[in-house]
Ligand binder design. Structure first.
Ligand code: DAH
Length: 343
């Protein structure tokens, strides 16, 4: 009995002095002390040799020893687990980092920036105006008085009547705002969002984007208009682009013309975008109506000007083959991601 107690004391010290060191050493410890043929088991087997009056005492000592051996095992094991967790998986500093998904410019922004850039090279500077407009700047000042039939060309969202406030139907309103405060020479480009009361479909939307251009100075001619716009489409679509001007009507220009380019989708052979004509209209233009100049106190005998307004979505459609106007405002990342890296 005394021998056994001494032996247990020695094992306790051994356990106390053991330093946890790896999974193999832990397993060796488990087999040695807690295994089926281990020390704890063999000590319990000694119970039968202990005199009856000391069995209880021996049992207690033995149970404490067993608990100590088990506690040591659990402590070692959990220490090993956490050491393992914090050490690994080992960080390899030479690995490339997780890629950050790059954001993209919206295709409308891309095209807007391209338009601004191209005209910027010709000396046009950017002007912006409010999307909520009054009747004067959106219509009347542009030679579109009340009850003028041409007002029906654009279905307007009115938000207040008398005085009339509306969502601007075109960026031509910015022309009016600039001429009101600035004297010629004026050379501006006005990108922005416009609104019309249209049923939303692949081909129409209740909001879209335009870019207006205005050039007023002495001796500005229709030849300047044509050459400026010709330069623009060549820069935007490439040197092989073909253009044609068709006579048209806008109340704020006289004469007026619409400009078509040869269809970039089918190359001119005919498709649904060009309605099988090979040509696509991209803008309206003309020489600024003298009455409009006079509306702003600009002497129409001294100054002439040209103006144009183009649809940004249309240019985007021709450039990037976007066939449904609704895609622009649905925020579908599968659509937007296709413009990553585009300039
Ligand atoms: N404002 C016209 C529209 O929205 C486009 C336009 C035509 C603008 C001729 C102009 C212009 O400046 O001269 O349909």
């Amino acid at each position: 009995m005394e021998q056994l107690l001494q032996q247990i004391e020695a094992y306790k010290q051994e356990i106390g002095s053991i330093q946890p060191d790896g999974a193999d050493a832990l397993e060796a410890y488990r087999i040695k002390f807690l295994g089926t043929k281990g020390i704890v088991k063999s000590l319990f087997a000694e119970m039968k040799n202990v005199p009856a009056d000391r069995k209880k005492e021996f049992g207690q000592v033995l149970n404490e020893f067993k608990q100590l051996a088990e506690a040591k095992y659990e402590q070692w094991k959990s220490h090993g687990d956490s050491a393992h967790a914090s050490a690994g998986p080992a960080i390899d500093l030479s690995l490339p980092g997780d890629p950050l998904p790059l954001g993209t410019h919206h295709p409308i922004t891309l095209v807007r920036n391209q338009i601004v850039h191209i005209f910027g090279r010709l000396g046009f500077s950017v002007e912006e105006g409010p999307e909520i407009e009054d009747d004067w700047h959106n219509f009347t000042a542009l030679n579109l008085p009340e009850n003028h039939p041409a007002r029906d060309m654009q279905d307007t969202f009115y938000i207040h009547q008398n005085p009339d406030w509306l969502l601007r139907t075109h960026t031509s309103s910015v022309q009016a705002r600039v001429m009101e405060r600035q004297k010629p020479p004026i050379r501006i480009i006005c990108p922005g969002r416009v609104y019309r009361n249209e049923t939303i479909s692949a081909r129409a939307h209740c909001f879209f984007h335009q870019t207006e251009g205005l050039y007023v100075d002495e001796n500005v001619s229709f030849a300047d208009l044509k050459q400026t716009l010709y330069f623009f489409v060549q820069e935007m679509f490439g040197k092989d682009v073909k253009v044609r001007f068709r006579p048209s009507y806008f109340p704020f220009t006289e004469p007026s013309a619409e400009m078509d380019i040869n269809c970039r989708i089918c190359g001119g052979s005919g498709c649904s975008v060009c309605k099988h004509t090979g040509w696509v209209e991209i803008l309206g233009s003309g020489m600024v109506h003298p009455k409009m100049l006079e509306n702003f106190g600009i002497d129409s005998n001294k100054y002439t000007g040209f103006a144009f307004g183009m649809g940004v979505e249309r240019i985007c459609q021709l450039k990037y083959r976007v066939n449904d106007l609704r895609l622009y405002s649905q925020n579908d990342v599968r659509f937007l991601r296709q413009f990553t890296g585009a300039v």
